[in-house]
Design a protein around this ligand. Structure first.
Ligand code: UT7
Length: 330
């Protein structure tokens, strides 16, 4: 049976490091509050006019080099982002142009923190069906240009960072690779984490008054999202493993979405997973949303925390609500 696997990965974060103390000079917050509530110590923010596709270019080139492929091999781009370069067209189209591969199909996937997981499962289905052979699966965000950098927005602003991660997913006939995916969405909770404007449901889509009220900045009911995450992620992990006849003992590493270290520690505790089996890098990058899982997975591989043949679980929850997971053999 034709299958697919990740044959190379890359990631890229902007050079500029923004520490918690630096944020403390711009709003009423502190290193102590941020570390205690989220585990974040610093994040990377772009300087000047840099879009999600700009961060994706070096990550994609690195992923292709790691895969021993070139841009000429790519026959599909899937671009997960909640911070596209433009409202439309999608960043996938823009990335294709920047990589010099006009004509290659490209689509954006708008499922926020699970964007990489939805994209990976789509790539897997396209490759298994024979519709694609070599897919660039991109998760990239530039949050910093859309954050409320003031005390009004501090609950959200301190959490988010910019960054991109890319996987090259290609056809494979060995037994390693992408095994299974489980995806969920529940739009009843759409407004617990959202950017409200500009939006098609508003006429006009954006006014000065709306901007004065900060309605173009992200809004989050942090406690509600937190509760959904610690309830739904352990259930998802059990479901994904169970339907594949596996248990947690079979898993070498859980790579969760990096939204909050406390969420991931609680999920690990509910699952009975020791710290050696859970990947964290939120302390360095904050929450890079669609970028977070591929950046963490690539770093885990570079650090030698996963070896060829290991079973790895990816899992995440975020705006939508959306949540999901992928089981793969590295
Ligand atoms: O990837 C997308 C998914 N997102 C998530 O998974 C986020 C999930 N939620 C969370 O991570 C947490 O809820 C937060 C880190 C966002 C907040 O932690 P919390 O323990 O739920 O704090 P809180 O919102 O209940 O706020 C506690 C206090 C409040 O003050 P009062 O009302 O107790 O006086 C806030 O105003 O902390 C205040 N606060 C801050 N203080 C200093 C909120 N943000 C800040 C801040 N610095 N940045």
């Amino acid at each position: 049976m034709r299958r697919s696997r990740i044959v190379g990965m890359g990631h890229f974060v902007p050079e500029r490091v923004v520490t918690n103390d630096e944020l403390g000079q711009q709003m009423e917050t502190s290193d102590e509050w941020i570390v205690q509530r989220s585990g974040i110590r610093e994040r990377r923010w772009v300087e000047g006019n840099v879009g999600a596709s700009d961060l994706a270019v070096p990550a994609a080139l690195q992923a292709l080099a790691e895969a021993g492929r070139t841009v000429a091999d790519v026959d599909l781009i899937l671009f997960a982002t909640l911070s596209p370069d433009l409202n439309f067209p999608g960043s996938g189209c823009i990335l294709g142009a920047k990589l010099g591969i006009p004509g290659v199909p490209a689509m954006d996937i708008r499922t926020q923190c699970t964007g990489f997981l939805y994209s990976l499962s789509t790539a897997d289905a396209m490759v298994r069906s024979g519709m694609a052979n070599c897919v660039l699966v991109v998760g990239s965000e530039v949050h910093s240009s859309g954050l409320d950098i003031s005390t009004r927005g501090r609950d959200v602003t301190v959490l988010f960072g910019d960054g991109a991660g890319v996987a090259v997913v290609a056809a494979s006939d060995d037994t390693s690779g992408l095994i299974d995916h489980e995806l969920h969405a529940d739009g009843r909770y759409a407004e617990i984490l959202m950017v409200e404007a500009p939006a098609s449901r508003l006429t006009p889509r954006l006014t000065k008054e709306m901007m004065d009220e900060g309605r173009h900045f992200p809004k989050m009911d942090g406690k509600a999202v937190f509760k959904h995450a610690v309830e739904k992620l352990p259930a998802l992990v059990h479901s994904l493993l169970g339907r594949n006849g596996l248990t947690l003992a079979d898993i070498a590493l859980l790579v969760p979405h990096q939204a909050n270290m406390r969420i991931n520690e609680l999920v690990a505790r509910h699952l009975g997973l020791g710290p050696e089996k859970v990947m964290h890098n939120i302390q360095k990058y904050g929450n890079t949303t669609a970028g977070s899982i591929p950046i963490a997975l690539h770093e885990a591989a570079l650090e030698g925390r996963i070896q060829k043949g290991d079973l790895v679980l990816l899992a995440g929850l975020g705006a939508g609500l959306t949540w999901g997971g992928t089981l793969l053999r590295w």
